[in-house]
Every structure is written in C-alpha cells, then in structure tokens.
Design a protein around this ligand. Structure first.
Ligand code: SF4
Length: 92
C-alpha cells in the first residue's frame, strides 16, 4: 500500500518500522501476509483480534476506508483467509 510524503511525515517515529521505499516510492511493509503495523492477537476464547499499532498516525488510504463500511467489510472477507481465521474483531 502506497505511503505518500504526508503519510511518511505523519507516521513520525513509527515510519521505519512500518514503511519502506521500493525504488522511488514508499509503501507499508508486509509481515506474515499483512501490513507490518497490524497486530494480530488471539483472545482466551480463540477469537482473533486485529489492532492497528499506528492507528492515530495511519496513512490516508487507511483513513479513507471507513471502519464498518461496505468496502471495509469486503476487504475483511477477501483477506480473512490470509490470517487463517474467519472470526474477526477490529479495534483501533
Ligand atoms: S489501518 Fe493500520 S494496520 Fe491497517 S493497513 Fe493501515 S496502517 Fe496497516
């Protein structure tokens, strides 16, 4: 996912952990098939929870995809298999 100059500035101290350059363009890094900023946790009841560790500083493209919107739900369904679990809770 592209990271603009404004996103790079907003990410601040977190930028080197979650973003990098490929050629002349910056992108979010990937880790285990998902964004490096995403923290995947398993609750005591076995449900998987997903936390954005840079939520307040997240890139604009992430801000444009409103939580709970049809587009968001579509992304969840399409990408649930990548984390091996259909049970999804999202927290910011
Ligand atoms: S909202 Fe956070 S975890 Fe999700 S893609 Fe954007 S930076 Fe990564």
């Amino acid at each position: 996912m592209r990271v603009t100059g404004a996103d790079w500035e907003r990410l601040g101290v977190e930028v080197e952990r979650v973003a990098h350059f490929i050629g002349h363009r910056a992108y979010l890094k990937m880790h285990d098939g998902h964004c490096a900023a995403l923290d995947v946790r398993t609750t005591a009841d076995g449900a998987r929870e997903f936390f954005c560790t840079v939520y307040e500083r997240r890139p604009q493209v992430c801000r444009d995809l409103a939580r709970g919107s049809p587009e968001c739900e579509g992304e969840l369904l399409a990408k649930a298999e990548r984390t091996n679990g259909p049970q999804v809770k999202i927290k910011g």
